[in-house]
Design a binder for this molecule. Structure first.
Ligand code: NDP
Ligand code: MG
Length: 390
């Protein structure tokens, strides 16, 4: 092949995106070298990855876990801890895969971009919350964001023929597809009885718990509207959502002349992960290959926004701008965690987020400190509402 191996930092290595990224790396040892990984609670799995890939640096969340990790990986491996540790790892690899769950992924996004790295971004929460800050840091020479989120990876591919001009004036709309989740077609009465176990049963994708719950409320799609707007510099009112239960069309771009360009593949996250790692090359693995030798149908329908109110909430956060997306995402993280812990019911998630947004206090978002203050305020309000609901 003759190409230089590119170094990869995989942060959130033990999760759903993380383990699928490892699967891609396993098959491409000549292209990529995994130099650092990070995880949080699954230390045994993290240590196994370090041993398999001979990783030099490991990030963990808690100082008290250090001794146990050293015991498993040996003294030669460097261990870094907490948000500063994540930032240090993200600063020093050619490609940084941010597969951390939730707002905890913020240091990865900021440090990768500030150090001119390629950021292969699964962690949508950091981009959504920090959009105004990311806007400037992504202009660092060498910095680049490639989206792993399948819809945004699809749009990235569909925009390949668009003129490279800020705001994409030749594009009328970005059209995100949504599977509709496990509760597609359910009435409000049925949804009032929905259990967390029902919500964890996604029809087309196998993912981590938080994003699976987000898919069931359609908050994931709302977050993805904000993500698309931040990534591609297109206002949220030019980002539409259409329900497509088969999850074959991963998203589309509608140009001003009415042409719609779509990206199709089987739902397999290894395809967008490999796209982000390999760019400008496409890796030869056919993970998403469709079988056109047997008949199949693709259907599209509008989302039921009267029932799934998380979607209009996200558009409202986009309209408010500033820190409103950060508040939405923070409140949602708290409510979903409470749902997964059994402290609130599934039906309580969106009303909690909605109530937090009713209390939204606009304020400056020009520094990381501002962002942490907004995040903490939204979380406090959400936690108080969780207390009342439980
Ligand atoms: P998982 O819950 O499966 O994995 C999350 C990962 O983050 C784990 O490795 C976890 O470590 C790690 N982690 C959590 N907190 C910390 C922390 N404080 N410091 C370091 N690492 C931490 O999530 P997913 O893989 O499903 O999702 C990851 C991100 O990708 C999310 O932002 C999600 O929205 C996005 N995404 C996921 C998709 C999917 O198919 N799963 C699709 C599109 C986007 P540990 O497990 O060891 O505690
Ligand atoms: Mg997605």
């Amino acid at each position: 092949m003759g190409t230089v191996r590119r170094s990869v930092a995989l942060l959130g290595a033990t999760g759903s995106v993380g383990t699928q990224t490892l699967d891609v790396l396993r098959r491409e040892p000549d292209r990529f070298e995994l130099v650092s990984v990070a995880g949080s609670s699954r230390l045994r799995e993290l240590a196994a990855i370090v041993r398999e890939f001979h990783v030099a640096r490991v990030g963990i969340s808690h100082e008290q876990d250090r001794a146990a990790v050293v015991e498993m990986v040996g003294p030669a491996v460097e261990i870094v801890v907490g948000p500063e540790g994540l930032a240090a790892l993200a600063a020093s690899a050619d490609i940084v895969v941010n597969a951390v769950m939730g707002f905890a992924g913020l240091p990865v996004t900021m440090a990768a971009l500030a150090n001119g790295r390629r950021l292969a971004l699964a962690n949508k929460e950091s981009l959504i919350a920090a959009a105004p800050l990311v806007e400037s840091v992504r202009r660092t020479p060498g910095a680049q964001i490639l989206p792993i989120d399948s819809e945004h990876c699809a749009i990235h591919q569909c925009l390949a023929g668009s003129i490279d001009h800020p705001g994409h004036p030749d594009v009328r709309r970005l059209i995100l597809t949504a599977s509709g989740g496990p509760f597609r077609g359910w009435s409000p009465e049925q949804l009032a009885t929905a259990s967390t176990a029902d919500a964890l049963h996604h029809p087309t994708w196998s993912m981590g718990a938080k994003i699976t719950i987000d898919s069931s409320t359609l908050m994931n799609k709302g977050l993805e509207v904000l993500e698309a707007s931040a990534l591609f510099g297109v206002a949220a009112d030019r980002v539409a959502v259409v329900v497509h239960p088969q999850s074959i069309v991963h998203s589309m771009v509608e140009y001003v002349d009415g042409s719609v360009i779509a990206q199709l593949s089987r739902p397999d996250m290894r395809l967008p992960i490999a796209y982000c790692l390999g760019m400008p090359d496409r890796l030869d693995h056919a993970w998403g290959q469709l079988d056109f030798s047997t008949a199949f149908a693709l259907t599209f329908e509008p989302p039921d926004v009267a029932t799934f109110t998380a979607l209009p909430l996200a558009y409202e956060a986009a309209r408010l701008g500033g820190a409103a997306p950060a508040w939405l995402s923070a409140a949602n993280e708290v409510a979903v965690e409470a749902c997964l812990d059994g402290r609130v019911a599934w039906r309580d998630i969106v009303p909690i987020v909605s109530a937090v947004m009713d209390s939204y206090e606009a304020g400056s978002l020009s520094s990381i400190e501002d962002l942490y203050a907004h995040d903490a305020r939204a979380r406090d309000l959400a936690r108080a509402l969780v207390e009342v609901s439980s």
